[in-house]
Design a protein around this ligand. Sequence first.
Ligand code: D41
Length: 675
Amino acid sequence: MSTDARRRVAALRAEIARHDYRYYVLDDPQIPDAEYDRLMAELKALESAHPELITPDSPTQRVAGAPSAAFGEVVHAVPMLSLENGFTDEDVVAFDRRARERLGVTEPLWYWAEPKLDGLAMTAIFRDGSFVQAATRGDGVRGEDVTANLRAIRAFPLRLRGNAPRLLEVRGEVFMPIEGFERINREALARGEKTFVNPRNAAAGSLRQLDPAVTASRPLRVYCYGLGALEGWVPPPLQSEVLGALKAWGLPICPHAERVHGVAGCIDYYRAMAERRARLTYQIDGVVFKVERLEYQSRLGFIARAPRWALARKFPAEEALTRVEAIEWQVGRTGAVTPVARLTPKFVGGVTVSNVTLHNFDEVRRKDVRVGDTVVIRRAGDVIPELVRVLPERRPQGALPVQRPERCPVCGSEVLKPEGEAVARCTGGFSCAAQRQEAIRHFASRLAMDIEGLGEKLVAQLVEGGAVRSPADLYTLSVEQLQTLERMGKKSAENLRRAIERSKHTTLPRLLYALGIREVGEATALALARHFGELEPLIEAACSHPERVEEVADVGPVVAAHLHAFFSAPAHRELIGALRASGVTWEPFAPSTAELPLKGQTFVLTGTLPSMTREQAQAALGALGAKVSGSVSRKTRYVIAGADPGSKLEKAKALGIPVLDEAGLRQLLAAHPRR
Ligand code: D41
């Protein structure tokens, strides 16, 4: 046998072990994966040429031997205790008080605080530094022999570094980081296989495998947190020092564990981890506090099967079951009609949840939520509570699918859900109490009726106080009435009154925009005004001949439907009458004799513009007479390109057609101001 081969094998094993240590224990990898794979390949080649050099703790032996038929049983030399649970700060205070009373200590104790990993407990034995056996916790007295499986986990060392004791039994948690969990689930889904419900189940399912090759393929990690049987080593006085020693031997330790002072330190640690929880790469279900001093630990001993020197402070459960009592429809400020499930109140994630939004009708159908259903709800951290899923097996008989409301629950106006959109909306606008305030704020805004000084706060007061129910009411407000508003002196009230008065003389495009018809922005309002010249012909067309409305550049069936719904509503016809009656006038839009500046020019839009929607860009161009087309040809005047442009941009370049970004488009629009 060549001594060269023996030396090279030893060097490779040491190097591989060093990289594993840097990666899994120090979290500071040194070499790329490809280089690691190369070292491994070289070692494998050498070992197959010199099989006599193979030892069980070689990294090539992580998966060795055939799958077994069953797990053997292991009796734990030192029983694996369980943890006492605490659910409140008071539980932590009581735990600390009991410990100090028993010890006769009055000053605050030091604690070792660590995350409570949501995985599965294991114990591993090293003899003379070599890994020899591992077992699950089982009932604490006897567990299953998972030696071959633990050996298959790359994150766990097969040999200890430095001077290891004759016998070292370490205890820890096997877990699967969230990212790995999501990856194996994605892969399982792609193969049409079953997925794991959570990382804990994934870790348990992966460790308790009769074929260690399967375990090896799963992204498992191990963090060690304690000791079992020992020979040839007297542990240092403190828990933190024990973990320091384990880490020096190359065993992975949770990086988020720390020493804390007294009960106050414990409670602070709990809060800090609860806040960090969502950003951790692994799942935890609480934190664990352990009395630092080992001498105190042994004086405190244990009751039943839990040590008196440790407490698991659990996070509130994030998921719970409850029942859907009703499904109601809420109307938002902009008319969005949103389904909300009213629930039997349930304490989950630290708060009582009594309703959850179902976002939109499609979501209700997708989840198939029905009144009477038992559902899983979830509230994680500060995240908005959500309805995760329905338990169909618990559905009461006769529970019917939810129907979308045809009429607004607040005002009774028609509810429309445009094709391809998720959100259904109330068409009530001003006449809907839910939308009144927002609609009036929009009416008064600068690009609409431009009532200077009438901002959001004043509108809120006027609407809440009942003085204003429709925009027409603004024109009946007296200086005296305005003066009753908060922080409104005589002078400001007079100014506001004058601004309201001034706004009476407006233009048709401004009025159309001010009405707040869905998807009728400034550009569309202008195009409509330009096309119809006056309001009446537009109303007539919108109500009776929608196809005529679609003749307007850049008005499609969606906008036409919104115009139809708006002008068909009696409340809106009344509003227009009331505005006229209170003296609001608008000049008819004189169709300009001059040609529109971009008439005859074709534009193509591609990609996403930073601050304009496609509709806005299209409307703005249309208002200047340009045509917007879907495909690039030699006749295209400009291509407007945003982020992630498609093949249209390539084609434009190939044809030598000028390309503008949003800034360029804005410059072009500014060069041709609309009236
Ligand atoms: O992270 C954990 N899941 C964890 C579990 C931990 N950090 N420390 C633990 N400490 C103990 C004692 C104090 C009994 C040695 C534990 C567990 N036990 C434990 N895990 C499962 C049962 C008990």
